[in-house]
Ligand binder design. Structure first.
Ligand code: AMP
Ligand code: GLY
Length: 424
């Protein structure tokens, strides 16, 4: 039996908590900080994911064997190295890359250079800073819109601008590098070619040498139906992805997944954890839009319910560097998740709304995201509140079930997109 500490408190972590807690290898299980949903699968600890000292103490107090950081922040801040450099913590398996490996997500410039070194298909680009502002403007003027600008560092999902005109691009560029719109994160900016295609998310778990693929997924990022309106953290997801057929996935594996795993190893970048490939299919060809060093949210809410393996067993194999011994099995069934959010999200929204009807839900999983407990009642506590996930013989059937159950859940200002999976 292994004692586990999972970091995070969103829908991704609730789904991981649900899965990890089912393992016969799961001993004492803690989630920091967790939410009202994770409290049903383990013990929530009131610790921030970035408070390494408190996380360290919790690991010692609870004799933790496996640390699973859900979000990117602690990984990019170097929690892996923090553990491996501490004599009392270094035996703990950390599911995630070293600080250097996490740069695949933490620095767009780092990931673009890595892809260039390993011939991994991605949009053509150049990087600029305040010192090369004039060259950046000239580069924008030479490029055909739309023009994609990306703050180099983490910007809470807001660091990408797709400018439709040259003027808009120059304005966004100036705001990033000269006005430091995203602070240090936008001191450097990647300007890249716009790729026109359909996006999907592919996940690998690697031990640094071998890897296994998890089911692929697609998320729906825009707040409005028909993929309109502002970008959000994700309004729903599906898995499998119908357009990711075998021929396409073979290209993804040979041109992207394998060169990435081999490239990390060749460069001695320590990476034991999840590689999230944010891909775009242009014509029949895959390109990398971005790497992340953790699972996606809300992709996890459909990927994990389809995974038939024991997740703790997979993590232990990863820790031993023996993922080559593992065969990943996923359900033939399709999964569809509908994200219920607070009215106004991704702008301002109210919190603390009492939620009703959760007990009426039948035949779907409820993965809590922004929820909390107040006087024993479940209340909203964030923008994305709850994912309703169902399995079905196809995506339509799965989503029909999710919608039936989402309709039973009530709170002031509840909103969800009615068209997740509409194109399939
Ligand atoms: P990122 O933070 O890199 O995932 O970018 C956010 C979103 O911007 C992506 O999910 C895409 O929808 C879009 N995007 C980023 N880069 C490009 C690109 N080169 N071409 C087209 N769309 C892009
Ligand atoms: N759903 C996209 C992400 O987690 O970054």
């Amino acid at each position: 039996m292994k004692n586990l500490l999972l970091l995070g408190g969103g829908g991704r972590e609730c789904t991981l908590a649900w899965k990890l807690s089912q393992s016969t290898l799961c001993g004492n299980f803690y989630i920091a900080p967790g939410n009202a949903g994770t409290a049903g699968y383990g013990t929530n600890l009131p610790i921030s994911v970035n408070d390494f000292a408190a996380i360290r103490q919790a690991c010692l107090d609870h004799k933790i064997d496996i640390l699973f950081p859900g979000p990117e922040d602690p990984l990019v801040a170097g929690i892996y190295d923090f553990f491996k450099n501490d004599p009392l913590l270094k035996h703990i398996i950390v599911v995630g890359p070293s600080k250097e490996g996490a740069q695949l997500e933490g620095s767009k410039a780092f990931s673009k250079k890595f892809m260039a070194r390993h011939n991994i298909p991605t949009a053509a680009y150049k990087e600029f800073t305040r010192d090369s502002f004039e060259q950046g403007v000239a580069f924008i003027k030479r490029s055909d819109p739309p023009i994609v600008l990306k703050a180099d560092g983490l910007a809470a999902g807001k660091g990408v601008v797709i400018a439709q005109t040259t003027i808009e691009a120059i304005r966004a560029f100036r705001a990033m590098v000269m006005d430091e719109q995203f602070g240090d994160a936008s001191k450097k900016v990647v300007i890249e070619q716009f790729l026109d295609g359909i996006e999907l998310s592919v996940f690998a778990l690697t031990d640094g040498t071998n890897y296994v693929l998890l089911p692929e997924a697609k998320d729906y990022k825009r707040v409005g139906e028909g993929d309109t309106g502002l970008n959000t953290g994700g309004m729903g997801s599906i898995s499998p992805v119908p357009f990711a057929d075998q021929t396409f996935m073979q290209k993804v594996i040979s041109r992207i997944v394998e060169p990435t795993v081999q490239g990390l190893k060749a460069e001695n970048i320590i990476y034991q954890g999840i590689i999230f490939f944010g891909l775009i299919k242009v014509g029949d060809e895959p390109f990398v839009i971005e790497y992340n060093c953790r699972m996606g949210d809300p992709e996890t809410e459909v990927v994990i319910p389809r995974l038939e393996n024991d997740l703790v067993a997979l993590i232990l194999k990863m820790g031993e560097g023996k993922l080559s011994e593992v065969t990943v099995k996923f359900s033939e069934r399709a999964a569809g998740a509908v994200m219920m959010v607070s009215g106004g999200y991704p702008g301002d929204y109210a919190k603390g709304k009492i939620m009703a009807g959760l007990e009426k839900v039948k035949g779907s999983y409820l993965f809590h995201a922004g929820t909390g407990l107040n006087d024993g009642k479940v209340v909203t506590s964030g923008g994305r509140v709850l994912a309703v996930t169902s399995l079905g013989s196809n995506i339509k059937e799965a989503l029909a079930k999710s919608y039936e159950n989402a309709g039973l859940i009530e709170y002031d200002g509840a909103y969800y997109r009615k068209d997740i999976g509409w194109e399939f």
